[in-house]
Design a protein around this ligand. Structure first.
Ligand SMILES: Nc1ncnc2c1ncn2[C@@H]1O[C@H](COP(=O)(O)OP(=O)(O)O)[C@@H](O)[C@H]1O
Ligand SMILES: [Mg+2]
Length: 300
């Protein structure tokens, strides 16, 4: 791994955002599950009009971090600030009330129900009172169509079952729903993971739209090729620790790839060599040293 990359562990906001209060920020957050340390001393932030990519291989701690951000888990240690004020969320509802909406991969949609119904799932517009109260289909249809159009997707028929949409379009409905219900921060957990290239493109364009409307987006992925074109800053997690946050201008796509994959591999190789050295006794002393060096380099 390139030493120039691993030595840059600052987390500066991009110049145009410097001095503005982040919508959301965590400082030195750690999380343990019993004796398992899932996260250690993680700091990150997202500003209005910014896409912050949270990158890391499987098991890096991405989901654990967003569960803390979205109120599913309390952090074991560290600070959590929303628009500069310390918060402590007891549930995802608390996070939502602060404008932090999370779209999970399974999306919580009902495939056989219409797009408009799904859009308003749990907060249906109604008309009439008492026994005459019913779902206001007209309002739901119009709103769904308008909101999707604002993000650049034209629906012919909001009456069609959501299950007939492509995976990418369903993601977009979920995002549009969160935006409509007042999200300031959108957290997207691997929204492009199960999608083909073209479908991923639909979602990435949609993320750009959300940013253009002034939202802060936290985009979780392990795919650098999805993250790099859209991201303004990148926070890299590796085995529960952060390699730091990098502005796009300060890091190349190749360097991001190296940090994600190369670091892990070097560390693995280091372990192997040390094991080898131990097994092989004194003669292999030098190998053990190489192994430790590799490990140290991998850790940055
Ligand atoms: N509820 C839990 N109990 C115990 N260990 C957990 C729990 N959730 C996550 N972990 C551990 O934390 C680490 C990070 O997992 P996760 O956040 O799911 O990573 P990622 O989303 O980057 O793949 C893993 O080692 C995982 O086994
Ligand atoms: Mg995950």
């Amino acid at each position: 791994m390139s030493a120039t990359v691993s030595s840059r562990v600052a987390a500066p906001a991009p110049p145009e955002l410097a001095g503005t209060t982040p919508l959301l920020e965590v400082r030195d957050v750690s999380k343990s599950f019993g004796s398992v340390i899932a996260l250690k001393d993680i700091s990150m932030s997202v500003h209005a009009g910014e896409v912050m990519c949270l990158l890391g291989d499987n098991g890096a701690g991405k989901s654990t971090l967003i569960k803390i951000l979205s109120g599913v888990h309390p952090a074991s240690e560290g600070e959590y600030l929303v628009e500069g004020k310390p918060v402590r969320f007891g549930s995802p509802r608390d996070a939502l009330d602060h404008g932090i909406a999370t779209v999970y991969q399974d999306l919580a949609m009902i495939p056989l129900m219409s797009i408009a119904r799904n859009f308003f799932l749990g907060s249906e517009p109604t008309r009439g009172v008492g026994p005459f109260r019913r779902f206001d289909l007209e309002t739901a249809d119009r709103t769904t169509r308008d909101e999707m159009a604002k993000m650049g997707i034209l629906l012919r028929d909001t009456d069609q079952p959501v299950g007939t949409l492509s995976g990418g379009e369903r993601q977009c409905v979920a995002i549009a729903r969160a935006v409509y219900f007042g999200a300031k921060v959108l957290i997207l957990d691997e929204p492009t993971a199960a999608l083909g290239v073209k479908e991923a493109g639909v979602v990435l364009r949609y993320i750009a739209q959300a940013r253009a409307r002034g939202l802060g987006v936290i985009f979780i992925t392990h795919n650098v090729h999805h993250a790099y074109p859209i991201g303004d800053r990148f926070t890299l997690l590796n085995r529960g620790r952060s390699y730091g946050t990098f502005a796009k201008d300060d890091v190349t796509r190749e360097e991001v790839v190296t940090m994600m994959a190369g670091g892990e591999e070097l560390e693995e190789l280091g372990h192997e060599l040390e094991e080898f050295a131990r097994a092989d006794g004194l003669a292999a002393g030098r190998l053990g040293e190489v192994g430790r060096e590799l490990e140290a380099e991998a850790r940055g």
